[in-house]
Design a protein around this ligand. Structure first.
Ligand SMILES: C[S@@+](CC[C@H](N)C(=O)[O-])C[C@H]1O[C@@H](n2cnc3c(N)ncnc32)[C@H](O)[C@@H]1O
Length: 200
């Protein structure tokens, strides 16, 4: 099952990579600020295994690497993954896979499944399938960082240029979460960022 916006998004990330590298610094700093909130609620030890979906240049995965060396990151953009490999080499197991190819992983094969700023790139049908797969693959929790239901006009415009599915995401994401996960802890942090910690 291929997302109908996939080719357009891959092009966006290919040509937008130089811009993304600048934004990435800020995103990394924001992810770092989310860690105390996360670690208050879950434990990450040096044995914890993590699958990061839509890992991009490794922004979130690179922060998690400070807690465990057992991280796999998947992304459908070869250019984003190349950049991630330049930063992290073989410390993270990067694989060029689309999110719907989570079907390749065994049930409960990672302690945690994470994803940051990726789910709003997907249409409703595709996203629901990915959420179900993330739940299946996770043994303990699914952790999501993404936009809230309301973002400022500039961010909205960038999402429009990117051709993301932010509008659909804003309308249906939280209902989808409730339909897939038995319990969700929602924590708003910083400006326009939400951390969801989901039981599986
Ligand atoms: C905004 S970037 C975030 C990257 C990374 N999670 C971070 O926070 O630094 C979104 C990433 O999701 C990836 N992505 C979007 N849709 C995807 C899909 N269906 N399968 C795999 N990767 C996807 C894009 O290629 C891009 O690298």
């Amino acid at each position: 099952m291929q997302d109908d916006g996939a080719e357009r998004l891959k092009k966006f990330y290919k040509w937008g990579l130089p811009f993304y590298k600048v934004v990435n610094k800020k995103m990394r700093s924001d992810y770092r600020k989310s860690m105390p909130l996360l670690l208050k609620r879950i434990e990450i030890s040096n044995n914890t295994t993590i699958l990061d979906v839509g890992t991009g240049t490794g922004g979130l995965a690179g922060i998690l690497l400070e807690y465990t060396a057992h991280i796999t990151g998947i992304d459908f953009s070869p250019e984003m993954l190349n950049e991630a490999r330049i930063s992290y080499g073989s410390k993270i197991n990067f694989r060029n896979l689309a999110a719907h190819e989570l079907t390749q992983f065994e049930t409960a094969s990672f302690d945690l499944v994470t994803t940051a700023f990726c789910l709003h790139d997907m249409n409703d049908e595709y996203r629901l399938n990915v959420l179900q797969q993330m739940r299946r693959v996770a043994r303990e929790k699914v952790i999501i960082i993404d936009f809230p239901q309301n973002i400022n006009p500039i961010a909205r415009f960038v999402e429009f240029l990117e051709g993301s599915f932010y509008k659909e995401y804003a309308n249906s994401f939280e209902d989808q979460l409730t339909s897939v996960f038995p319990k969700i802890d929602k924590i708003a942090f910083l400006k326009e960022k939400v951390l969801y910690i989901c039981d599986v």
